[in-house]
Design a protein around this ligand. Structure first.
Ligand code: FUB
Length: 452
């Protein structure tokens, strides 16, 4: 995979770390080994979890078959959690694993997702799990709502009333019951007025800018409806209201149409005192309208609660705190990667695989404090192995440790390798650069790493 600098044609001037006084910034897009779309962030247990769709390589339509999940404690290093749910979860569905959202209630997690019913119409299913990372199982064995429209968003108001909105071309909502898998009062259709959703020109069928991808939330007493607008290419706009059911007042554009994908899809959260806007674009190599990638920006609400314009960047938000290298870190905790894939691990969870010479993983803002002495990695190899070079601050930065990995007897036969570390003090971006004289073969897999 190319470096970001090679493929970001509309990039803002890339700013060096020194410009920010050594504050690590996220790298956008935040997943590099696969195409991801339709981000749905949720804060849980001091982490941001982002549920995404998964675009296929070479796709010519949204023939998506599973969803993906990543999480972060610092908004720059993202742990991959594989696929929490797939199309097969909904036995009554046969295509289109599109834009979903997860919400927690009373220790259970509810995943609302649009899929194509085997009858042919788009419908919204609900799946449930006891763990945010899944697996999720179909809660009903049939659609929760079905009117051939898509893109559910869910919000629980202060009084406990939950709302599920969805729609394209319309906008609908139901009041969910406390069980989160049924509703009362029937399906309500929002009247899409230009006062509420802005004026679209040149499309008599769709006089307002609302297109799809609604995202409902409440902040400081104000209800927000964010949505993809004014297709195509879409931009992101928003409306606000005094209640979860409006009346809605149009507030304008948040993110202009940018970034090589003719769709976009919003998700907004507050986390550790910061506000984050998730979206997608076509920024990865081979990216475009059907090969999208999720990215994130931080922003600050104006004092009246309105949202400023947010542009796509390659830098993304600043890191919250630093990453502790003296506790075990999953190898699939990544700020940026090249030439790797994530796969399930026989020791549990996930590991990094398909590593070749020249592949690398960047982890941002690693705090070595007074200095690390030893590096340990959990590895497996059915091949000839190779070296893990631990470099600081760039792919070609100084090498502070080199661990040699040999054949362990299988790609899931795990062993620990350790090597001495020198001159690793303070806070640095760490690049794990994988190296071998064999430039063609897979070298080894990595499950976790830890400094001492
Ligand atoms: O990912 C498939 C569809 O594309 C989503 O449901 C829409 O929001 C658009 O992003």
């Amino acid at each position: 995979m190319l470096s970001k600098q090679q493929f970001w044609p509309w990039a803002c001037t890339l700013l060096s770390l020194s410009t920010f006084g050594n504050v690590a910034k996220a790298d956008n897009p935040i997943v590099q080994d696969i195409y991801t779309a339709d981000p749905a962030p949720v804060v849980y247990n001091d982490r941001i979890y982002v549920f995404t769709g998964h675009d296929n390589n070479g796709a010519t339509f949204y023939d998506m078959t599973d969803w993906r999940l990543i999480s972060s404690a610092d908004a720059v290093n993202w742990q991959h959690h594989g696929s929490p749910m797939s199309l097969t979860t909904f036995k009554w569905a046969n295509a289109n694993a599109w834009a979903g959202q997860v919400i927690e209630r009373n220790g259970k997690f509810y995943y609302y997702a649009p899929v194509r019913h085997s009858t042919g119409a788009m419908a919204i299913g609900v799946a449930v799990s006891n763990s945010i990372t899944g697996p999720y199982t179909d809660a009903l064995g049939k659609p929760l709502v079905e009117n051939n429209e898509i893109d559910p968003t869910v919000w629980i108001d202060d009084n406990g009333q939950a709302y599920l909105y969805w729609g394209n071309p319309g906008l609908y909502y139901v009041k969910l019951n406390a069980d989160m898998i049924s509703y009362s009062g029937g399906v309500n259709q929002v009247s899409l007025t230009t006062a509420g959703f802005g004026t679209r020109t040149g499309n008599a069928q769709r006089p307002t800018t609302f297109e799809e991808g609604p995202w409902l939330y409440k902040r400081n007493g104000l209800y927000y409806m964010i949505y993809a607008a004014d297709c195509c290419s879409e931009d992101i706009r928003y409306s606000t209201g005094p209640t979860a059911t409006g009346p809605w007042t149009y507030r304008g554009v948040i993110m202009p149409s940018q970034g090589r994908s003719f769709t976009n899809h919003p998700g907004i959260i507050d986390f550790k005192g910061n506000s984050y806007f998730f979206y997608h674009n076509g920024a990865l190599p081979g990216g475009g309208g059907y090969a999208r990638s999720v990215a994130v920006e931080s922003f600050t609400y104006r004092s009246d609660g309105t949202i400023p314009q947010i542009d796509m960047t390659t830098n993304g938000p600043a890191q919250i705190g630093t990453l502790n290298p003296y506790v075990r870190q999953e190898a699939e905790t990544i700020a940026w990667s090249s030439g790797i894939q994530i796969e399930t691990c026989s020791e549990g969870g996930y590991s990094v695989g398909y590593i070749k010479s020249g592949s690398y993983i960047k982890v941002k803002g690693v705090n070595f404090g007074n200095g690390a002495k030893t590096f340990t990695a959990r590895v497996a190899s059915a091949g000839n192995g190779g070296d893990i070079q631990v470099r600081l601050d760039s792919q070609s930065g100084s090498i502070v440790a080199t661990c040699t990995v040999r054949n362990t007897g299988g790609w899931q036969s795990w062993a620990s390798v350790s090597c001495p570390v020198s001159n690793a003090n303070g806070v640095h971006d760490v690049y794990f650069v994988y190296s071998s004289s064999d430039k063609n073969s897979y070298l080894f897999n990595v499950n976790w790493w830890q400094f001492a």
